[in-house]
Design a protein around this ligand. Structure first.
Ligand code: BES
Ligand code: MN
Ligand code: ZN
Length: 515
């Protein structure tokens, strides 16, 4: 059951709810605003706990107080917001996710909250509403598709993360006294819910196992998005890939019984100006065994998530279709399975991509760059002049940046800056790596235009160097989400498993570039 978030105008002391969330900055001894009103109605219970040192206001601190009929709410939760000088929308997103899971563990089925940061925090009401919606919905996300006992993990001992315990929360009310802020708050909640729902679609696609989430199923997921939001859909099959000369994509797919799909979703937000365009290109390897260059068995199951880039593109296209910015956006997902079947490509094979460039396949496990090469060529043929590709491309990326941020590489510092700007509002973080010409020689081949592995040095950058050959003269950036597409544990708006990164940033990018 989906959680609904409603904005309600009124006085928090009068609002009937199983639990009311108020907040406190670190170091504040006499709470003001809505928290102060609740403190007075509770005969100073909150300020007394502050004086006792039990409430400090640190981020991640949640103090539950039973109201015992002194206010309309049954319980109050005081959520720490940390130091006022460190406060931003990311804190609201984090606190919203964590307090929602905290209350779910307590068995609460609905709760109310004040709009964090909209008062002395200095956030505008829209930004506060958006961050509350994103944090709450994303933080409560569960993937239960394969649990047969209905409500799944945790409390009933069916496995999963203890943090996941508790039944679904049906409704969250954001209670705001200032009638003048209600419309902005509501608009922010609406955008936040749209972006969070898109990111949760990406999470679902990634969390499904590879026996279910095949290239064919990814195409069906794209069809559902197209039907829902009125996008155009084209699914390019093996025969049409052959006609287009997509030898790099076909080479990866030939070791699998699963037919590859190049999925093309088109949103026309500015049909009179075709030059006002953006292309989002996603790696959709539904399972990466490594192919003949077979991966070791340990953790290979994680390679069901090698389509996370493609999933984020499908999901971002849904958000873009709903938000309808004035820009033309095309989503292209190169979906294939990398298997070591009897027809599989071999190390040493040479493939020719759609633009005629040849690649020596040194390592069949460097397959993502091969499928993206043809997807980038196809995007160029469609006339797209501004390209962002998203891929779980290299293990080296996880070594370089870990899970804290996504690597950016590309040929356009302006487009890289646009990603950073979009990331600053989504809270998804990025770090740019240098595309120095020196790295190009690492992928020089003895027999072809390039080889698909540059060896141990600068592995994420040499992968990007190969992609650059296929973006040609388009403005292009590559986002390597090998680390950030999954979370090892639940924290803030993230829960263990797929993160949906960078769905919200991609949608925000389209909105920001619209004119
Ligand atoms: N899908 C992997 C990269 C990956 C590794 C993603 C770990 C997420 C977590 C990619 O296809 C791959 O296998 N890359 C190779 C490239 C190498 C053979 C040049 C890698 O990183 O080892
Ligand atoms: Mn691989
Ligand atoms: Zn891969």
């Amino acid at each position: 059951m989906a959680t609904r978030i409603n904005v309600v105008a009124g006085d928090v002391t009068q609002y009937e709810t199983p639990a009311l969330v108020v907040n406190l900055f670190q170091g504040v001894t006499q709470p003001g605003g809505a928290t102060g009103a609740i403190d007075r109605a509770l005969d100073g219970a909150i300020s007394a706990l502050i004086a006792d040192g039990e409430i400090k206001g640190k981020v991640g601190e949640f103090t539950l107080i039973h109201a015992l009929n002194r206010i309309a709410a049954r319980r109050v939760v005081v959520a720490g917001l940390g130091k006022a000088e460190d406060f931003d929308a990311a804190i609201v997103r984090r606190v919203s996710g964590e307090v929602a899971r905290f209350l779910r563990r307590k068995g609460v089925k609905s709760f109310a909250t004040i709009a964090h940061g909209a008062g002395i925090g200095g956030l505008d009401a829209g930004a506060s509403g958006q961050a509350i919606a994103e944090g709450t919905l994303l933080g409560l996300y569960k993937f239960d598709a394969y649990r047969t006992n209905g409500n799944g993990s945790g409390a009933d001992g069916a496995g999963g993360d203890a943090d996941d315990a508790g039944a679904a929360i049906g409704e969250v009310a954001v209670v705001e006294r200032d009638a003048g802020s209600v419309d902005a708050l509501r608009a922010g909640v609406s955008v936040g819910a749209t972006l969070a729902e898109a990111a949760m679609l990406a999470r679902d696609l990634v969390n499904h196992p590879a026996n279910i989430m095949t290239p064919t199923r990814m195409a069906e997921a794209a069809r559902a998005v197209a039907d829902e939001t009125g996008l155009e859909l084209d699914i390019i099959d093996r025969d049409r890939m052959t006609e287009h000369g997509m030898g790099a994509l076909l080479g990866v797919a030939q070791g699998s019984e699963e037919p590859p799909k190049l999925i093309v979703l088109t949103y026309r937000g500015d049909a009179e100006h075709p030059e006002n365009n953006l292309g989002l290109v996603g790696k959709g390897i539904t399972f990466d065994t490594g192919g003949i260059s077979l991966k070791p068995a340990a953790n290979m199951e994680a390679m069901k998530g090698d389509m996370a880039g493609g999933a984020s593109v499908i999901a971002a296209m849904r958000a873009i279709g709903a938000l309808r910015p004035k820009i033309n956006v095309t989503g292209l997902i190169a979906a294939a399975e990398n298997m070591p079947g009897g027809r599989a490509q071999r190390p040493g094979d040479v493939v020719t991509a759609m633009n005629g460039k040849t690649i020596e396949v040194i390592n069949t496990d460097a397959e993502g760059r091969l499928v993206l090469a043809d997807a980038l060529c196809y995007a160029r043929q469609l006339g797209i002049t501004r390209l962002v590709d998203v891929a779980t491309l290299t293990g080296a990326m996880v070594v370089t940046l870990g899970k804290a941020c996504t690597g950016i590489m590309g040929n356009s510092s302006a487009l890289a800056q646009s990603i950073q700007t979009a990331g600053a509002s989504s809270g998804e973080r990025f770090w740019e790596l240098p595309m120095l010409e020196d790295y190009r020689e690492l992928i020089n081949s003895d027999v072809a235009d390039m080889k698909n592995s540059g060896g141990r040095q600068a592995g994420s950058i040499t992968a990007a160097m190969l992609l650059r050959e296929f973006a040609e003269d388009a403005d292009w950036v590559h986002l390597d989400i090998a680390g950030t597409s999954t979370a090892a544990s639940s924290k803030g708006h993230l829960v263990k498993g797929a993160t949906g990164v960078p769905t919200r940033t991609l949608a925000q990018l389209a909105v920001n570039l619209a004119k």
